[in-house]
Ligand binder design. Structure first.
Ligand code: PLP
Length: 412
Protein backbone atom coordinates (compact mmCIF):
# COMPACT_ATOMS: atom_id res chain seq x y z
CA UNK A 1 0.00 0.00 0.00
CA UNK A 2 1.17 3.50 -0.80
CA UNK A 3 1.52 6.07 1.96
CA UNK A 4 -1.23 8.63 1.93
CA UNK A 5 -0.06 11.30 -0.50
CA UNK A 6 -2.41 14.05 -1.61
CA UNK A 7 -3.31 14.64 -5.21
CA UNK A 8 -1.34 17.54 -6.64
CA UNK A 9 -2.87 20.72 -5.22
CA UNK A 10 -1.30 22.66 -8.04
CA UNK A 11 -3.22 21.39 -11.03
CA UNK A 12 -4.42 24.73 -12.26
CA UNK A 13 -3.51 23.95 -15.81
CA UNK A 14 -4.93 21.96 -18.61
CA UNK A 15 -2.41 19.27 -19.49
CA UNK A 16 -2.36 19.27 -23.29
CA UNK A 17 -4.40 16.28 -24.59
CA UNK A 18 -1.46 14.87 -26.54
CA UNK A 19 0.53 14.57 -23.31
CA UNK A 20 -0.58 11.13 -22.20
CA UNK A 21 2.72 10.18 -20.62
CA UNK A 22 3.55 10.34 -16.96
CA UNK A 23 6.24 12.97 -16.85
CA UNK A 24 8.89 12.23 -14.24
CA UNK A 25 11.77 14.15 -15.80
CA UNK A 26 11.40 17.40 -13.88
CA UNK A 27 15.11 17.28 -12.99
CA UNK A 28 15.79 18.00 -16.66
CA UNK A 29 13.08 20.62 -17.07
CA UNK A 30 9.64 21.25 -15.60
CA UNK A 31 6.81 20.31 -17.94
CA UNK A 32 4.18 21.45 -18.49
CA UNK A 33 4.38 24.99 -17.14
CA UNK A 34 1.66 26.80 -15.23
CA UNK A 35 -0.90 28.17 -17.65
CA UNK A 36 0.01 31.78 -16.85
CA UNK A 37 3.59 31.20 -18.04
CA UNK A 38 2.40 30.38 -21.57
CA UNK A 39 -0.14 33.19 -21.45
CA UNK A 40 2.24 35.92 -20.34
CA UNK A 41 4.89 34.89 -22.84
CA UNK A 42 2.32 35.17 -25.57
CA UNK A 43 0.50 38.31 -24.47
CA UNK A 44 3.54 40.27 -23.38
CA UNK A 45 5.54 39.47 -26.48
CA UNK A 46 2.61 40.37 -28.73
CA UNK A 47 1.95 43.56 -26.80
CA UNK A 48 5.45 44.92 -26.16
CA UNK A 49 7.94 42.64 -27.93
CA UNK A 50 10.37 45.44 -28.69
CA UNK A 51 14.02 45.69 -27.71
CA UNK A 52 13.86 46.75 -24.04
CA UNK A 53 15.79 49.78 -22.83
CA UNK A 54 17.21 50.58 -26.26
CA UNK A 55 15.00 53.55 -27.24
CA UNK A 56 12.68 56.14 -25.75
CA UNK A 57 9.31 55.29 -27.29
CA UNK A 58 6.53 54.14 -24.99
CA UNK A 59 6.55 50.43 -25.75
CA UNK A 60 10.30 50.31 -25.36
CA UNK A 61 10.01 51.91 -21.94
CA UNK A 62 7.26 49.46 -21.04
CA UNK A 63 9.41 46.49 -22.07
CA UNK A 64 12.36 47.94 -20.10
CA UNK A 65 10.22 48.45 -16.97
CA UNK A 66 8.97 44.91 -17.25
CA UNK A 67 12.53 43.55 -17.36
CA UNK A 68 13.36 45.68 -14.31
CA UNK A 69 10.27 44.46 -12.48
CA UNK A 70 11.43 40.90 -13.12
CA UNK A 71 14.89 41.84 -11.78
CA UNK A 72 13.25 43.08 -8.59
CA UNK A 73 11.16 39.94 -8.33
CA UNK A 74 14.18 37.65 -8.64
CA UNK A 75 16.40 39.88 -6.51
CA UNK A 76 13.86 39.52 -3.66
CA UNK A 77 13.52 35.80 -4.39
CA UNK A 78 17.27 35.32 -3.80
CA UNK A 79 17.39 37.74 -0.85
CA UNK A 80 19.45 40.31 -2.75
CA UNK A 81 19.46 44.02 -1.99
CA UNK A 82 20.24 45.61 -5.36
CA UNK A 83 18.02 44.57 -8.30
CA UNK A 84 20.68 45.78 -10.74
CA UNK A 85 22.89 42.95 -9.53
CA UNK A 86 20.35 40.45 -10.77
CA UNK A 87 21.57 39.80 -14.29
CA UNK A 88 19.88 37.79 -16.99
CA UNK A 89 21.57 35.30 -19.28
CA UNK A 90 20.65 32.14 -21.14
CA UNK A 91 20.62 29.57 -18.31
CA UNK A 92 22.74 28.53 -15.36
CA UNK A 93 25.49 27.11 -17.58
CA UNK A 94 25.89 30.57 -19.06
CA UNK A 95 25.90 32.27 -15.65
CA UNK A 96 28.30 29.71 -14.16
CA UNK A 97 30.70 30.22 -17.07
CA UNK A 98 30.64 33.98 -16.60
CA UNK A 99 31.19 33.65 -12.85
CA UNK A 100 33.87 30.94 -12.97
CA UNK A 101 35.94 32.40 -15.81
CA UNK A 102 35.42 35.93 -14.45
CA UNK A 103 36.48 35.24 -10.87
CA UNK A 104 39.17 32.56 -11.11
CA UNK A 105 42.48 32.72 -12.97
CA UNK A 106 46.21 31.93 -12.98
CA UNK A 107 47.70 31.43 -9.53
CA UNK A 108 44.32 30.73 -7.91
CA UNK A 109 43.10 27.69 -6.02
CA UNK A 110 39.47 26.54 -6.12
CA UNK A 111 37.56 24.04 -4.02
CA UNK A 112 34.71 22.10 -5.58
CA UNK A 113 32.97 18.74 -5.12
CA UNK A 114 32.33 15.43 -6.82
CA UNK A 115 28.63 16.28 -6.98
CA UNK A 116 29.00 18.93 -9.65
CA UNK A 117 27.30 19.15 -13.01
CA UNK A 118 29.41 19.58 -16.15
CA UNK A 119 28.42 23.25 -16.17
CA UNK A 120 30.85 23.62 -13.23
CA UNK A 121 33.19 20.70 -13.87
CA UNK A 122 34.11 21.68 -17.41
CA UNK A 123 34.86 25.37 -16.86
CA UNK A 124 36.93 24.42 -13.79
CA UNK A 125 38.86 21.73 -15.69
CA UNK A 126 39.48 24.20 -18.50
CA UNK A 127 41.00 26.62 -15.99
CA UNK A 128 42.99 23.79 -14.46
CA UNK A 129 44.42 22.62 -17.77
CA UNK A 130 44.84 25.95 -19.55
CA UNK A 131 45.72 28.31 -16.68
CA UNK A 132 47.25 25.96 -14.12
CA UNK A 133 44.53 26.75 -11.57
CA UNK A 134 44.82 24.41 -8.57
CA UNK A 135 41.68 22.43 -7.81
CA UNK A 136 40.65 20.45 -4.73
CA UNK A 137 37.77 18.01 -5.19
CA UNK A 138 35.77 17.13 -2.09
CA UNK A 139 33.86 13.86 -2.09
CA UNK A 140 30.40 13.17 -0.64
CA UNK A 141 29.44 10.55 1.92
CA UNK A 142 27.22 7.49 1.42
CA UNK A 143 24.09 9.53 2.13
CA UNK A 144 25.09 12.04 -0.58
CA UNK A 145 26.30 14.94 1.55
CA UNK A 146 29.53 16.91 1.45
CA UNK A 147 31.06 17.59 4.86
CA UNK A 148 31.28 21.41 5.15
CA UNK A 149 34.29 21.03 7.46
CA UNK A 150 36.11 19.12 4.74
CA UNK A 151 35.54 21.94 2.24
CA UNK A 152 36.84 24.52 4.71
CA UNK A 153 39.77 22.26 5.58
CA UNK A 154 40.96 22.53 1.95
CA UNK A 155 41.26 26.33 2.03
CA UNK A 156 44.73 27.66 1.23
CA UNK A 157 46.31 31.09 1.05
CA UNK A 158 45.47 31.38 -2.65
CA UNK A 159 41.93 29.94 -2.47
CA UNK A 160 39.85 32.24 -4.61
CA UNK A 161 36.50 30.46 -4.75
CA UNK A 162 34.35 27.54 -3.73
CA UNK A 163 32.13 26.38 -6.58
CA UNK A 164 29.41 23.91 -5.65
CA UNK A 165 25.85 22.93 -6.26
CA UNK A 166 23.12 23.48 -3.73
CA UNK A 167 21.08 20.41 -4.69
CA UNK A 168 22.38 17.42 -6.61
CA UNK A 169 20.69 16.69 -9.92
CA UNK A 170 21.50 12.98 -9.56
CA UNK A 171 20.66 12.06 -5.97
CA UNK A 172 18.72 15.14 -4.83
CA UNK A 173 20.65 15.92 -1.65
CA UNK A 174 20.62 19.59 -0.58
CA UNK A 175 24.01 20.56 0.78
CA UNK A 176 24.56 22.33 4.08
CA UNK A 177 26.02 25.38 2.40
CA UNK A 178 25.76 27.99 5.19
CA UNK A 179 28.84 26.92 7.21
CA UNK A 180 30.88 26.91 4.00
CA UNK A 181 29.52 30.32 2.98
CA UNK A 182 30.23 31.79 6.40
CA UNK A 183 33.80 30.51 6.34
CA UNK A 184 34.21 31.89 2.82
CA UNK A 185 33.00 35.34 3.83
CA UNK A 186 35.35 35.42 6.83
CA UNK A 187 38.29 34.79 4.49
CA UNK A 188 37.21 36.81 1.45
CA UNK A 189 36.72 33.67 -0.66
CA UNK A 190 33.91 33.72 -3.22
CA UNK A 191 31.18 31.12 -2.88
CA UNK A 192 29.68 30.50 -6.33
CA UNK A 193 26.51 28.51 -5.83
CA UNK A 194 24.82 26.47 -8.55
CA UNK A 195 21.14 26.73 -7.59
CA UNK A 196 19.87 25.08 -10.79
CA UNK A 197 18.01 22.34 -8.95
CA UNK A 198 17.15 24.09 -5.69
CA UNK A 199 15.71 27.44 -6.85
CA UNK A 200 11.94 27.11 -6.76
CA UNK A 201 11.76 24.23 -4.25
CA UNK A 202 13.86 25.24 -1.25
CA UNK A 203 14.84 28.73 -0.06
CA UNK A 204 17.96 30.12 -1.75
CA UNK A 205 18.88 33.34 0.06
CA UNK A 206 22.27 34.92 -0.56
CA UNK A 207 23.04 35.94 3.01
CA UNK A 208 21.60 32.87 4.72
CA UNK A 209 23.89 30.72 2.58
CA UNK A 210 26.87 33.10 2.54
CA UNK A 211 26.95 33.06 -1.26
CA UNK A 212 28.68 35.71 -3.36
CA UNK A 213 27.14 34.55 -6.63
CA UNK A 214 23.99 32.48 -7.07
CA UNK A 215 23.45 31.04 -10.56
CA UNK A 216 19.97 29.94 -11.61
CA UNK A 217 18.20 28.56 -14.62
CA UNK A 218 14.63 29.56 -15.48
CA UNK A 219 13.25 26.33 -16.90
CA UNK A 220 13.37 23.95 -13.95
CA UNK A 221 11.55 24.60 -10.64
CA UNK A 222 11.25 28.34 -11.29
CA UNK A 223 8.69 27.16 -13.87
CA UNK A 224 9.85 29.49 -16.64
CA UNK A 225 10.78 28.60 -20.20
CA UNK A 226 14.12 27.40 -21.57
CA UNK A 227 16.78 29.90 -22.66
CA UNK A 228 16.58 32.25 -19.72
CA UNK A 229 18.49 32.22 -16.43
CA UNK A 230 21.12 34.34 -14.77
CA UNK A 231 22.77 35.15 -11.48
CA UNK A 232 22.67 37.44 -8.51
CA UNK A 233 26.05 38.97 -7.70
CA UNK A 234 26.50 40.25 -4.16
CA UNK A 235 27.43 43.88 -3.57
CA UNK A 236 31.20 44.38 -3.63
CA UNK A 237 31.82 41.37 -5.89
CA UNK A 238 33.12 42.49 -9.28
CA UNK A 239 33.26 39.70 -11.84
CA UNK A 240 35.84 40.26 -14.57
CA UNK A 241 34.27 40.58 -17.98
CA UNK A 242 34.97 37.77 -20.40
CA UNK A 243 32.57 39.07 -23.06
CA UNK A 244 31.69 42.45 -24.46
CA UNK A 245 29.03 43.81 -26.76
CA UNK A 246 25.95 45.95 -27.05
CA UNK A 247 24.19 47.26 -23.97
CA UNK A 248 21.76 49.67 -25.64
CA UNK A 249 23.12 52.59 -23.61
CA UNK A 250 26.35 54.65 -23.73
CA UNK A 251 27.13 53.22 -27.13
CA UNK A 252 30.05 55.61 -27.73
CA UNK A 253 32.11 53.95 -25.02
CA UNK A 254 34.96 51.85 -26.39
CA UNK A 255 34.62 49.13 -23.75
CA UNK A 256 31.71 47.27 -22.25
CA UNK A 257 30.07 49.04 -19.29
CA UNK A 258 31.36 48.12 -15.87
CA UNK A 259 28.28 48.79 -13.82
CA UNK A 260 25.64 46.17 -13.16
CA UNK A 261 23.44 44.88 -14.72
CA UNK A 262 25.21 45.86 -17.98
CA UNK A 263 28.52 44.46 -16.71
CA UNK A 264 27.25 40.90 -17.09
CA UNK A 265 24.61 41.28 -19.81
CA UNK A 266 25.51 41.17 -23.49
CA UNK A 267 23.22 41.89 -26.40
CA UNK A 268 19.45 41.72 -26.70
CA UNK A 269 17.84 39.89 -23.79
CA UNK A 270 15.37 37.04 -24.09
CA UNK A 271 12.23 39.12 -23.50
CA UNK A 272 9.66 36.34 -24.01
CA UNK A 273 11.80 34.17 -21.74
CA UNK A 274 11.90 36.87 -19.07
CA UNK A 275 8.10 37.20 -19.36
CA UNK A 276 7.67 33.45 -18.81
CA UNK A 277 10.12 33.52 -15.91
CA UNK A 278 8.24 36.45 -14.37
CA UNK A 279 5.01 34.44 -14.43
CA UNK A 280 6.77 31.27 -13.24
CA UNK A 281 8.36 32.93 -10.21
CA UNK A 282 5.08 34.63 -9.29
CA UNK A 283 3.39 31.23 -9.48
CA UNK A 284 6.05 29.73 -7.19
CA UNK A 285 5.70 32.67 -4.77
CA UNK A 286 1.92 32.36 -4.75
CA UNK A 287 1.96 28.65 -3.91
CA UNK A 288 4.90 28.96 -1.56
CA UNK A 289 8.18 27.05 -1.51
CA UNK A 290 7.06 25.20 1.62
CA UNK A 291 3.92 23.80 -0.02
CA UNK A 292 5.69 22.86 -3.25
CA UNK A 293 8.55 21.16 -1.41
CA UNK A 294 6.19 19.33 0.98
CA UNK A 295 4.13 18.02 -1.94
CA UNK A 296 7.15 16.81 -3.89
CA UNK A 297 8.80 15.24 -0.86
CA UNK A 298 5.62 13.37 0.12
CA UNK A 299 5.67 11.85 -3.36
CA UNK A 300 9.41 11.24 -3.17
CA UNK A 301 8.95 9.32 0.09
CA UNK A 302 6.25 7.14 -1.47
CA UNK A 303 8.45 6.54 -4.49
CA UNK A 304 11.51 5.79 -2.38
CA UNK A 305 9.60 3.39 -0.12
CA UNK A 306 7.95 1.69 -3.09
CA UNK A 307 11.16 1.22 -5.07
CA UNK A 308 13.24 0.15 -2.10
CA UNK A 309 10.81 -2.71 -1.44
CA UNK A 310 11.41 -4.18 -4.92
CA UNK A 311 13.91 -7.02 -5.11
CA UNK A 312 16.63 -6.29 -7.65
CA UNK A 313 16.36 -2.48 -7.48
CA UNK A 314 19.27 -0.45 -6.12
CA UNK A 315 18.66 3.13 -5.00
CA UNK A 316 21.54 5.60 -4.95
CA UNK A 317 22.04 8.10 -2.13
CA UNK A 318 18.43 7.81 -0.98
CA UNK A 319 18.99 6.98 2.68
CA UNK A 320 16.16 8.12 4.95
CA UNK A 321 17.16 10.79 7.46
CA UNK A 322 20.31 12.77 6.75
CA UNK A 323 19.87 16.33 5.60
CA UNK A 324 17.47 18.10 3.34
CA UNK A 325 16.69 16.93 -0.19
CA UNK A 326 14.60 17.58 -3.27
CA UNK A 327 12.38 15.19 -5.23
CA UNK A 328 15.06 13.61 -7.40
CA UNK A 329 15.72 9.90 -7.14
CA UNK A 330 18.26 7.70 -8.94
CA UNK A 331 18.22 3.92 -9.16
CA UNK A 332 19.17 0.91 -11.25
CA UNK A 333 17.47 -2.38 -11.93
CA UNK A 334 20.03 -5.13 -11.37
CA UNK A 335 21.25 -6.69 -14.59
CA UNK A 336 19.95 -3.90 -16.79
CA UNK A 337 21.62 -0.82 -18.15
CA UNK A 338 19.87 2.38 -17.15
CA UNK A 339 19.04 3.21 -20.74
CA UNK A 340 17.24 -0.11 -21.22
CA UNK A 341 15.18 0.42 -18.08
CA UNK A 342 14.30 3.91 -19.36
CA UNK A 343 13.25 2.52 -22.74
CA UNK A 344 11.00 -0.07 -21.08
CA UNK A 345 9.43 2.58 -18.85
CA UNK A 346 8.75 4.69 -21.92
CA UNK A 347 7.59 2.03 -24.36
CA UNK A 348 5.66 -0.24 -22.00
CA UNK A 349 4.31 2.26 -19.46
CA UNK A 350 4.52 5.69 -21.09
CA UNK A 351 6.65 7.03 -18.26
CA UNK A 352 9.25 9.70 -19.07
CA UNK A 353 12.46 9.68 -17.04
CA UNK A 354 16.14 10.47 -17.61
CA UNK A 355 18.88 7.89 -17.92
CA UNK A 356 22.66 8.01 -18.17
CA UNK A 357 25.22 10.16 -16.38
CA UNK A 358 23.01 13.26 -16.10
CA UNK A 359 25.99 15.51 -16.97
CA UNK A 360 27.52 14.65 -13.60
CA UNK A 361 30.13 11.96 -14.31
CA UNK A 362 31.97 12.27 -11.00
CA UNK A 363 28.83 11.37 -9.05
CA UNK A 364 28.59 8.15 -11.03
CA UNK A 365 32.28 7.39 -10.55
CA UNK A 366 31.67 7.61 -6.81
CA UNK A 367 28.54 5.43 -7.00
CA UNK A 368 30.22 2.93 -9.31
CA UNK A 369 27.44 3.44 -11.83
CA UNK A 370 29.79 4.89 -14.46
CA UNK A 371 30.65 1.33 -15.50
CA UNK A 372 27.01 0.60 -16.35
CA UNK A 373 26.54 3.96 -18.06
CA UNK A 374 24.72 5.70 -15.24
CA UNK A 375 21.38 5.44 -13.51
CA UNK A 376 17.68 5.95 -14.09
CA UNK A 377 16.47 9.24 -12.63
CA UNK A 378 12.96 10.18 -11.64
CA UNK A 379 12.48 13.89 -11.05
CA UNK A 380 9.23 14.81 -9.32
CA UNK A 381 7.44 18.09 -10.08
CA UNK A 382 4.50 20.03 -8.70
CA UNK A 383 2.01 18.52 -11.15
CA UNK A 384 2.79 14.93 -10.29
CA UNK A 385 0.36 13.08 -8.10
CA UNK A 386 0.01 9.86 -6.20
CA UNK A 387 -1.28 7.92 -9.20
CA UNK A 388 1.84 8.80 -11.22
CA UNK A 389 4.03 7.47 -8.44
CA UNK A 390 2.00 4.28 -8.02
CA UNK A 391 2.26 3.59 -11.74
CA UNK A 392 6.00 4.26 -11.74
CA UNK A 393 6.58 1.87 -8.83
CA UNK A 394 4.48 -0.87 -10.50
CA UNK A 395 6.29 -0.38 -13.80
CA UNK A 396 9.71 -0.71 -12.17
CA UNK A 397 8.49 -3.75 -10.21
CA UNK A 398 7.45 -5.44 -13.46
CA UNK A 399 10.78 -4.68 -15.11
CA UNK A 400 12.70 -6.00 -12.08
CA UNK A 401 10.55 -9.15 -11.96
CA UNK A 402 11.18 -9.81 -15.63
CA UNK A 403 14.93 -9.45 -15.09
CA UNK A 404 15.29 -11.63 -12.02
CA UNK A 405 17.36 -14.59 -12.98
CA UNK A 406 17.71 -13.28 -16.55
CA UNK A 407 21.06 -12.70 -18.27
CA UNK A 408 22.91 -9.46 -17.57
CA UNK A 409 22.40 -7.06 -20.43
CA UNK A 410 25.34 -4.78 -21.15
CA UNK A 411 25.85 -2.29 -23.88
CA UNK A 412 29.15 -1.89 -25.69
C1 PLP B 1 22.91 20.90 -10.89
C2 PLP B 1 22.79 21.48 -12.28
N1 PLP B 1 23.63 22.47 -12.65
C3 PLP B 1 23.56 23.03 -13.85
C4 PLP B 1 22.62 22.64 -14.77
C5 PLP B 1 22.59 23.31 -16.10
O1 PLP B 1 21.36 23.90 -16.34
P1 PLP B 1 21.10 24.55 -17.79
O2 PLP B 1 21.22 23.42 -18.77
O3 PLP B 1 19.73 25.09 -17.71
O4 PLP B 1 22.14 25.57 -17.99
C6 PLP B 1 21.73 21.62 -14.45
C7 PLP B 1 20.76 21.12 -15.44
O5 PLP B 1 20.47 19.97 -15.54
C8 PLP B 1 21.81 21.04 -13.16
O6 PLP B 1 20.99 20.07 -12.80
Amino acid sequence: MMADVPESPFLNLAIPPHVKMIYLDHGATSFPKPQEVYELMDTFYRRAGVNPGRSGFDLCLEAGSFVDETRRLLCAFFGGTDPNRLVFGHNSTDALNLAIFGLIGKGDHVVTTHLEHNSCLRPIRTLQEDEGVEVDWVDFDDAGYVDPGEVVHRFKKNTRAVVMNHASNVIGTVQDVAPIGNACRERGIHLVLDASQSAGVVPVKMDDLGADVVCFTGHKSLMGPMGVGGMYVREGVEIRQTRAGGTGVESARRRHLERYPYRMEYGTPNLPGIAGLNAGVKWVNRLGLGAIHAHEMALWKTLRDGLSAIEGVTLHGQEPGGGERIGVLSFNVDGLEAMDTGTMLDVDSNIACRTGLHCAPMVHRHLGTDEIHGSVRFGIGPFNDREHIEKAVSAVAEIAASRRGGPVCTRV
